[in-house]
Design a protein around this ligand. Structure first.
Ligand code: NDP
Length: 449
C-alpha cells in the first residue's frame, strides 16, 4: 500500500472504525486519500473545514425491504439501497445495481467514486448510488417487472429530477428502467421524465446513452494513446472483459477506431476470437436473447471458449476491464505488462486492485482509472436530463460529439492536474485531485452542511 499523509491516515482509521466490514468502500476511500495529501498542503482551508471527514460520510443512506412474488406464487424478500452521498454540485446522480453481491459496502464504494467522477464531467450533478441484492439472471420478464415495481414503491419518495436521479448499472438496463419509470409515474401521477436516465428513446431517453460508457471509455484511451506519443487504436490488439452494456459498446468503438478486440467474457468464462470479436453476434446473444457468452462458439466455430478462464492472460496492447470491481489483481496486471500491454482504460468501477494499480504505475503504462475513464455514461445521463428539462431531443451525431468533447476535457483535466502536482502521467492522482477540488470548493462555499 502507498504511504498516506499522517493526518489523512487518522481520517482513514476513523472510516475503518465507523464502517466495519465494508472492504470495497475502504479500498475506494483509501485510494482517494492517498492522492490528495498535496492538495491539503496547498489549500489548508479544506483541512480546517473537515472536508475529507465530511466527504467520507454519506449525506443520507436509505435501506429498505423489497417484497415481491415469483412466478410460482412464492414470496421473495430482497434488500434495496440508495445512498445519497454528496449534493455539493447538483442532485444526487448515479446508477442502480441489481446483483446478488450488493450490500451497503458495495453501494457506498460506488457512491463515493461517483462523487469525484461526476465532478470531473464538469456538469451539475452530485454523487449517489443504489441497488439491490436481487439477481435478475434467470428471472422471467414478469418477475423482473414485479421486483422493479416493488423496489420503486419505496424508492419513489426519495428521488426526483431536482433531488436524486438514478440510472442503470450491472443488472439494470433499459428494461428495468422502463418498469421503474412506469411505477414512479403511477405512484406520483406525474410525468417527470428527468427522474431516471437510461430511458427508452420513445419516452424521454437520449440517443447515445446506451453506448455512452463504452464509447466514452474508448475516447478516454484514445486521448491517453495520443498523449503518450501520438499513438492511436489503429491495428491494436485489445481485450475487453464482460459482455454487458459497457463491454459491448467499448468493443464497438474500438472496432470503429481501427483496433481489434480478440477477447471478451462473462462471469463463467472467456471467448477468444483471433479474427476479432463478432459484435453483431454478441449483441444478438446478450442484448436480444439474454444468453451466455459461451454460446458464441456455436456460431463461430473457429473461436475458443475457456470455461473459468482468465481474460488477462490473453496478450493485448490495450486492456479495457468492463465487468466488475477487483477483476484485475497484481498477478493479472503483471501478466498484462509482460505481454506488452501499453494502456488500460477502466470501463468498470474499481476493476483493478491496489496491487494491480501499483504494477501499472510502476511499469509506466497509460492507466486510466474508472472514475475518469467511464465518466461518459453519467455525463450522457446529464445530457439526457438537459434534454428532458427543455423537452428536446438531440441527434446522435450532436450528442456523440458532446460526449467526445467531455471525455477530452476530463483527460486534459486529469493529465494537467497530475503534472501540476508533480505526478506527470499518473491519471489516478490527476483524477482524484481534479475531482476532489471541484467538490471541496463547492462544499466550502455552502458552509457547514
Ligand atoms: P451489465 O450488467 O450490462 O454487464 C456486466 C458484465 O460484467 C456481464 O458480462 C457480467 O457477466 C460481468 N460481470 C458482472 N459481475 C461479474 C463478476 N462478479 N465476475 C465476472 N464478471 C462479472 O453491466 P454494465 O456493463 O452496465 O456494467 C459493467 C461495469 O461498468 C460495472 O463495474 C459498472 O459499475 C460499470 N459502469 C457502468 C456504467 C453504465 O452506464 N452502465 C457507467 C459507469 C460504470 P454475467 O452475465 O456472467 O454476470
Amino acid at each position: 500500500m502507498a504511504k498516506m499523509d499522517e493526518k489523512l491516515e487518522v481520517v482513514y482509521q476513523d472510516v475503518l472504525k465507523r464502517n466495519p466490514g465494508e472492504v470495497e468502500f475502504h479500498q475506494a476511500v483509501r485510494e482517494v486519500l492517498e492522492s490528495i495529501g498535496p492538495v491539503l498542503v496547498k489549500y489548508p482551508e479544506f483541512r480546517e473545514r473537515k472536508i475529507i471527514e465530511r466527504i467520507a460520510e454519506p449525506e443520507r443512506q436509505i435501506i429498505f425491504r423489497v417484497p415481491w412474488q415469483d412466478d410460482r406464487g412464492e414470496v421473495q424478500i430482497n434488500r434495496g439501497f440508495r445512498v445519497q452521498y454528496n449534493s455539493a454540485l447538483g442532485p444526487y446522480k448515479g446508477g442502480l445495481r441489481f446483483h446478488p453481491s450488493v450490500y451497503l459496502g458495495i453501494v457506498k464504494f460506488l457512491g463515493f467514486e461517483q462523487i469525484f467522477k461526476n465532478a470531473l464531467t464538469g456538469l451539475p450533478i452530485g454523487g449517489g448510488k443504489g441497488g439491490s441484492d436481487f439477481d435478475p439472471k434467470g428471472k422471467s420478464d414478469n418477475e423482473v417487472m414485479r421486483f422493479c415495481q416493488s423496489f420503486m414503491t419505496e424508492l419513489w419518495r426519495h428521488i426526483g429530477d431536482v433531488t436524486d436521479v438514478p440510472a442503470g448499472d450491472i443488472g439494470v438496463g433499459g428494461r428495468e428502467i422502463g418498469y421503474m419509470f412506469g411505477q414512479f409515474k403511477r405512484l406520483t401521477a406525474r410525468y417527470e421524465a428527468g427522474v431516471l436516465t437510461g430511458k427508452g428513446l420513445d419516452y424521454g431517453g437520449s440517443l447515445v446513452r446506451t453506448e455512452a460508457t463504452g464509447y466514452g471509455a474508448t475516447f478516454f484511451v484514445q486521448e491517453m494513446l495520443k498523449a503518450r506519443g501520438n499513438d492511436t487504436f489503429g491495428g491494436k490488439v485489445c481485450t475487453v472483459s464482460g459482455s454487458g452494456n459497457v463491454a459491448i459498446y467499448t468493443i464497438e468503438k474500438i472496432h470503429q477506431l481501427g483496433g481489434k478486440v480478440v477477447a471478451c467474457s462473462d462471469s463463467n468464462g472467456v471467448i477468444v476470437d483471433e479474427k476479432g470479436i463478432d459484435l453483431d453476434l454478441v449483441k444478438q446473444l446478450k442484448e436480444r436473447e439474454r444468453r451466455r457468452i459461451k454460446d458464441y462458439v456455436e456460431y463461430r466455430t473457429h473461436a475458443k471458449y475457456l470455461h473459468g478462464g482468465n481474460i488477462w492472460e490473453v496478450p493485448c496492447q490495450v486492456a479495457m476491464p468492463s465487468a466488475t470491481q477487483n477483476e484485475i489483481n497484481g498477478k493479472d496486471a503483471a501478466m498484462l505488462v509482460k505481454n506488452g500491454c501499453i494502456a488500460v482504460g477502466e470501463g468498470a468501477n474499481m476493476p483493478t486492485t491496489p496491487e494491480g494499480i501499483k504494477v501499472f504505475l510502476d511499469a509506466k503504462i497509460s492507466y486510466g482509472p474508472g472514475k475518469a475513464a467511464n465518466a461518459g455514461g453519467v455525463a450522457t445521463s446529464a445530457l439526457e436530463m438537459q434534454q428532458n428539462a427543455t423537452r428536446d431531443s438531440w441527434t446522435f451525431e450532436y450528442t456523440e460529439k458532446r460526449l467526445a468533447h467531455i471525455m477530452k476535457n476530463i483527460h486534459e483535466a486529469c493529465f494537467n492536474t497530475a503534472e501540476e502536482f508533480g505526478a506527470k502521467g499518473n491519471y489516478v492522482v490527476g483524477a482524484n485531485i481534479a475531482g476532489f477540488m471541484r467538490v471541496a470548493s463547492a462544499m466550502v462555499s455552502h458552509g457547514l452542511v
